[in-house]
Design a protein around this ligand. Sequence first.
Ligand code: KIV
Length: 307
Amino acid sequence: MSAQTETVRRLSVVDIARLYADGVRIATITAYDFPTAALVDEAGIPLILVGDSLAQVMLGYDTTVRVTMDEMLHHTKAVVRGTKRALIVADMPFLSYATPDDAVANAGRFLREGGVQAVKIEGGVRSAKSIDALVKAGIPVMGHIGLTPQAINAIGKVRVQGKSREQARQLLADALAVQEAGAFSVVLELVPGQLAAAITERLRIPTIGIGAGAGCSGQIQVINDTLGFGDWTPKHARRYADLRGTILDAVSRYRADVEAGTFPGDAETVLMDEAVLDEVLGRSQADRPEMAAGVADLAGIPLDRDL
Ligand code: KIV
């Protein structure tokens, strides 16, 4: 098959397991819309998460608790439409997987209506039954432990998880519970680097870290942070671009051009046959604005006349 006719195949969790087995660090990033997802896919990212961080970075909610199934589905569909190769994971919103039955029903919507290949669920031991039910139903699951933002009202504030003995033990138990329930990978969010590396060494599934150091099997970032969209960057993120600066500059220049009358110019304007316009407006060639130099008003039939 030539390079031109080669069809792009959608990756599956089996491909992710192969990358992990081959020791490839799994670069994962979020996407929430069609054009961004298309670029992320083109850049060769194998795993895309339609994160519920959507709530804050795209929809302007204060926490991820606020985003609904319908809102997540709407954005998930756009991401799936924009991509050909990456495996797409949909983040299950707050309370959508509280019971195994809810989990299967809602995850089923993500696969059937949204077109994703997997879902993500927050919580370790506490979510193991839902993960198990999903996996038994044939729905691949990415776990998510450490900081679980949907629990913000119980945690109080965003902070590193697992620094104390009890928390570290709990995190290890959570990681094992997620693996034993059948998840194909697990996100470790805001976990001390040494603990994340130790968890990674003890698991048979890839750990995908965010704020968890370089010892994880892969990394995930919120794309808005990576692209420098906001006026603030979390400590764990690196700004690979300054979209905020680029957009501010571009939109300011656009505004200035519109206000100065220099946009649109000739290059951005479509013209028609003047003779046709003469006929429609009921004017002669001599009445054309450029012919009637110095006369501001258009001659002929006024535009508000009922033609
Ligand atoms: O919603 C999200 O973007 C996430 C990542 C931070 C892992 O859950």
